[in-house]
Design a protein. Structure first.
Length: 282
């Protein structure tokens, strides 16, 4: 099957494409250090195809989480103009979308770890991309340690290690001094950091609109809880002008409670509570 490979011009990884392609052709192990938003997760599998990988075996691409494996697979398939499950597929626990023509396989690192037990040489792959190596989970550390020995037995296997913040020297030492390290910048946007301690530092009242008692956020003096702190931050941002707001919370219950509190105050605003199980549907 002939695939038309293209790379979004606004991604930093696209600019580094000539250097990366040269490294993939000349070295067995390549380290890509790129900040979030550089495009390494979605573009590297296509570059592997461009240098001829994915023909004698699949291009395996690991992700730390199941949701990421599914969404990245969908994105790459879309960029290649293919339906999911043909050229690009994925495998997570209890579910897989793969076919006889699959060349790029997204999976969790746990799936790859399980495959090592019954296929020690990982013969079904001719390239492996270990993404998000900076997370340093037990699975990732074990896989990297295993690959360090496997590349000696499988000189035909291409290994790519990617990370947002990676200790390049450690990988150079582990896989050999000739291992190239390619650094790619991330897309940068103006970011302003405001620290908001969970204490009542003003007069205890702020409003979402001028002279609006129905939309005011009122608290007692002293410490405030997380939801109240979020309400005050949202109120402050709403006063500064139109736009969208993302609130990151630890658990599904926190998400539901905070979304309901926001609805109670700003009923005319659309609030979308999204957690892992819901993300795919949204």
């Amino acid at each position: 099957m002939s695939l038309e490979l293209s790379y979004p011009s606004d991604l930093p990884l696209s600019e580094a494409r000539p250097r990366i392609l040269a490294a993939l052709r000349q070295h067995q192990v390549v380290v890509i250090s790129g900040a979030t938003g550089s495009g390494k997760t979605t573009q590297l599998p296509k570059m592997c195809l461009e240098v001829g990988r994915g023909t004698r075996g699949m291009i395996g691409h690991t992700q730390p989480r199941r949701l990421a494996a599914r969404t990245v697979a969908s994105r790459i398939a879309s960029e290649l103009g293919q339906s999911l499950g043909s050229t690009v597929g994925y495998q997570v626990r209890f579910r897989q979308t793969l076919g006889p023509e699959t060349q790029i396989k997204l999976m969790t690192d746990g799936i790859l770890l399980a495959e090592i037990s019954h296929d020690p040489l990982l013969k079904q792959y001719d390239a492996l991309i270990i993404d998000e190596a900076h997370e340093r989970s037990l699975n990732i550390d074990f896989i990297l340690g295993y690959l360090q020995r496997l590349v000696v037995k499988r000189p035909d296997l291409l290994v790519i290690i990617t990370s947002a913040t990676i200790d390049s020297e450690r990988f150079a030492t582990a896989f050999g001094p000739d291992t190239p390290i390619i650094e790619v910048a991330g897309r940068t946007y103006p970011v302003e950091v405001r620290y908001r301690p969970l204490v009542d530092i003003d007069d205890g009242e702020s409003g979402a609109g001028d002279d609006s008692e129905e939309t005011s956020v009122i608290t007692e003096p002293g410490e405030i809880d997380q939801v109240t702190g979020i309400l005050r931050a949202v109120d402050e941002l709403c006063r500064e002008g139109p736009g969208d707001i993302l609130v990151f919370l630890a658990g599904e219950r926190d998400i539901r409670d905070t979304a309901q509190a926001c609805r109670d105050i700003w009923g005319a605003v659309t609030w979308l509570p999204v957690s892992g199980p819901q993300f795919r549907e949204r």
